[in-house]
Design a protein around this ligand. Sequence first.
Ligand code: ZN
Length: 105
Amino acid sequence: MSHSSEIKCPHCGQWTTWTGKVHETCQQCNGVLDPQRFSQAAEKQNKKVENPRKADFFPPNAKDGPVTRELKGLVNAMGWIVFYSEVAFYCAVIGVVVIIGFIAG
Ligand SMILES: [Zn+2]
């Protein structure tokens, strides 16, 4: 009895054998067959050396000029402000709902 099975490659759409290994690649295009699982495993490995700047919406590129870099920094800062505002808004809504629940109850 074999553990290998045929799965459809998410990259090229070809059928290829997959034995359930995390880092298994497609026989046709060499793409990783289970990118989600692969990225999770890679994430665990990279967690210690992870650069917090990687969480930016537009990561700085070595080819970027000073103006592009400045713009990206600005857009990233704006993105985080919007993100935290949204989180704060939802927390406020939940807080109000809880308070109303206490009053009504
Ligand atoms: Zn493929």
